[in-house]
Design a protein around this ligand. Structure first.
Ligand code: G1P
Length: 294
């Protein structure tokens, strides 16, 4: 069965993106002129996802509102003849069917995925951690869906990271199956470098079957006192096939301030309307002087 539903975990508190995230959900922070969540939803839609399930929390209503009608704004644009802007806003609503579900407490990624259980139903689905914005062609989630179609079962996106950074990620270990694909034996959430079985890190894209829900119900509380999706996948991998997919594409970490700034620059440079002005500015920077000035 094709993957039609995408679950987007947008309920995070955004502690790494303070102070802005105090009143703006971090996935609403703009990269050029679009919020991060829009890039991630566009990735999903380009991969054939038809239903966007937003796992939200109290205080981040702005994410759902973004994909809803902004009645007063749209009426005003129509009255003032701003048809291009109006069409852009209306296009947002037409990208996919959007459904919001609420996570009632910050209990972790596993709990957040479980919140979407009744909406997902009995079919495979994709999960997105929109902190990770990925610029990929084909879209990263499409690469995972293709792996799911080939190998069945669950698929996790991975990328190599410096060994010194393994304690920031879920880390996987498995057996080579094909170029960029491993059958996983174990997954461990944020291990100390001394205990990491590899430097292949999980990135926030997954394809799951409904079987994952049984394992989320079985795992105990993990790293950080949270129900970790990594622990559920690890338990499932002991009994069922789980593959990792080393996707092609560039990943930006929205939770890291330099990652956020890098994404803003790179994605703006890809825009024909923004590129010339930004490039002219960047070319004018005297980087050598800046280096010695700090
Ligand atoms: C989450 C996952 C982790 C993964 C990471 C990728 O961690 O739990 O396995 O490696 O996203 O961004 P977080 O960054 O939310 O702590």
């Amino acid at each position: 069965m094709s993957v039609r539903k995408g679950v987007f975990l947008v309920a995070g508190l955004g502690t790494r993106t303070l102070p802005a995230a105090k009143s703006i959900p971090k996935v609403m922070l703009p990269l050029a002129d679009k919020p991060a969540i829009q890039y991630v939803v566009e990735e999903a839609v380009a991969a054939g996802i038809e239903q966007v399930i937003l796992v939200t929390a109290a205080g981040n209503q702005a994410v759902e509102d973004y994909f809803d009608t902004a009645y007063r704004l749209e009426e005003s644009l129509a009255t003032r003849g701003k048809h291009k802007e109006l069409a852009e806003l209306q296009g947002l609503k037409e990208m996919a069917t959007v459904i919001g579900v609420r996570q009632h407490a910050p209990l972790g990624t596993g709990d957040a995925v479980r919140t979407a259980r009744s909406v997902v139903g009995d079919e495979p689905f994709a999960v997105f951690l929109p902190d990770d914005v990925i610029d990929g062609d084909p879209p990263a989630i499409k690469q995972l869906i293709d792996a799911h179609d080939t190998y069945g079962g669950e698929v996790v996106a991975v990328m190599p990271v410096p060994h010194a950074h393994v304690d920031r990620y879920g880390i996987v270990e498995g057996t080579h199956v094909a170029a960029g694909v491993q059958r996983l034996r174990s997954l461990i959430e944020k291990p100390p470098a001394s205990e990491a079985p590899s430097n292949l890190a999980i990135v926030g894209r997954y394809v799951f079957t409904p079987t994952i829900f049984e394992y989320i119900d079985r795992i105990p509380t993990g790293t950080g006192g949270e129900i970790q999706i990594t622990d559920a996948i690890n338990m499932l991998a002991q009994e069922n096939p789980v593959h990792s997919c080393e996707f092609t594409g560039k990943r930006y970490d929205m939770g890291d301030k330099v990652g956020y700034l890098t994404a803003s620059i790179d994605l703006a440079l890809k825009r024909p309307d923004l590129r010339p002005g930004l490039l002219a500015y960047l070319r004018g920077l005297d980087l050598d002087k800046m280096d010695t000035a700090t």
